[in-house]
Design a protein around this ligand. Structure first.
Ligand code: PYC
Length: 405
């Protein structure tokens, strides 16, 4: 492990474990870090430990394609993601750290009559809720992205698009590092390479957490994991309606900047943006099987190439540079699960983030911190409670979740 800086010069320090903390957060990705950050900053709660079995950003926070947007479909989802976008707009100043948020616009393409109707419904819902999002015609798409070919796939010409100017991309590692530094400065302890082995309860309440470095007492334990949310929840006998799927991504070699907005097409199963380094960052739908595998596959790369060329035939000579995979916890309605769990006092969920967790990090952190400090569930996250699955009160967000449809 790199250890060449003295503890006081590090962005976040190493600590020995204390015997107890008020709050233990499992998972030191963006959700765990943001929760700890707002606990300390907004509520003065600093007796907090963050445990991660790997290094910071080793999980979904370091593997996602870092798209930020608020153009969701439901009356519950839109205000939630909008608050996150607003927090992101101010986050560089708040953390005093350059997180490279580039609001270059987000463009979702429709290639069928049904696709146009779906996007129009989204545009209307967005506008009712005050989101800058509207339908545009193919000519306007061409103005925004002159290199796009609107009809190279004869079955799926671009018929219209949903245009969301405040959307964009961010530097995900910088967000993780900025939150981690902010947490450390306020006295929160970050413990990488600390694996949670058991969560111990007595009389229906959380008591302590057993880790590979020893046992610590805790009043609250927050499950902020992605990919292993069900494993952690089962430690307190809570079953989650989650299936875990790989999600793959890749980047091309760097190219001179030519692509401004983020482009998404559900019909062609592709999304693409151009990074600050000039690489095209490309993703598709989650893998169709449930697995914890981080393996990259050739079929993914072939699909990415094929669909990219449907939109940009001019890129036929461009080479892929690297590919990777992450794992995503999918819920039946494509919305997350947040809040207290009936029957296990002190246990809190912030899980089920599918392919949309990074954009929600700031708002979920802020609102979970509020829930812990006030012992009350904030209205903004109430719709995402676990009990919605047996109360038949789902938040169906699949139509607006990346390239799912
Ligand atoms: O929801 O914007 C999104 C997204 C992009 C990639 C994966 N999810």
């Amino acid at each position: 492990m790199l250890n060449f800086l003295s503890n006081d010069k590090k962005m976040w320090r190493r600590h020995t474990l204390k015997s107890s903390y008020e709050v233990v957060i499992v998972g030191a990705g963006i959700h765990g870090l943001a929760t700890a950050y707002y606990l300390a900053k907004n509520h003065g709660i600093t007796d907090v430990a963050l445990f991660d079995k790997g290094y910071l950003g080793a999980g979904a926070s370091g593997r996602n394609t870092a798209i930020i947007r608020a153009n969701y479909r439901t009356a519950e989802g839109v205000p939630f993601y909008e608050e996150s976008l607003k927090l992101y707009e101010d986050l560089a100043r708040d953390l005093d750290y350059n997180i490279m948020f580039s609001q270059r616009g987000h463009l979702t393409l429709a290639h069928t009559d049904r696709g146009v109707t779906g996007l129009r419904e989204r545009a209307e819902m967005n506008q009712i809720l005050g989101i800058n999002s509207s339908m545009i015609k193919p000519e306007r798409v061409k103005q925004l992205v002159p290199t796009i070919c609107l009809d190279s796939n004869p079955h799926y010409p671009v018929m219209a698009a949903l245009w969301h100017p405040p959307g964009g991309v961010i530097r995900h590692d910088a967000v993780v590092w900025g939150y981690a530094r902010g947490c450390d400065q306020m006295g929160v302890q970050i413990h990488p390479f600390t694996e949670v082995k058991a969560i111990n309860t007595r009389d229906g309440a959380v008591q302590s957490v057993t880790t590979n470095r020893g046992e610590v007492k805790a009043k609250f334990v927050v499950n902020c994991t992605a990919g292993h949310a069900s494993t952690i929840a089962q430690m307190v006998n809570v079953d989650l309606p989650i299936t875990t799927h790989p999600l793959q991504a890749c980047v091309t070699e760097p190219l001179k900047p030519f692509l401004d907005p983020v482009i998404v097409s559900s019909t062609l199963h592709i999304y693409v943006s151009q990074s600050d380094r000039g690489e095209l960052v490309i993703g598709q739908e989650i893998d169709p099987f449930s697995s914890y595998s981080f393996r990259s596959t050739l079929p993914f790369l072939e699909g990415a190439a094929m669909h990219l060329l449907d939109l940009f035939p001019c890129l036929s000579e461009v080479r892929f540079l690297r590919q990777w995979a992450g794992i995503c916890d999918m819920t039946p309605d494509y919305s997350p699960i947040m809040g207290f769990v009936e029957g296990v006092d002190g246990f809190i969920l912030d899980v089920g983030w599918g392919t949309y967790g990074f954009k929600a990090g700031p708002v979920s952190g802020k609102r979970i911190a509020e829930l812990i400090a006030t012992r009350k569930t904030p209205n903004l996250i109430r719709p995402f409670r676990l009990s919605r699955f047996y109360e038949n009160d789902l938040v169906g967000e699949k139509a607006a979740a990346s390239v799912s449809h």
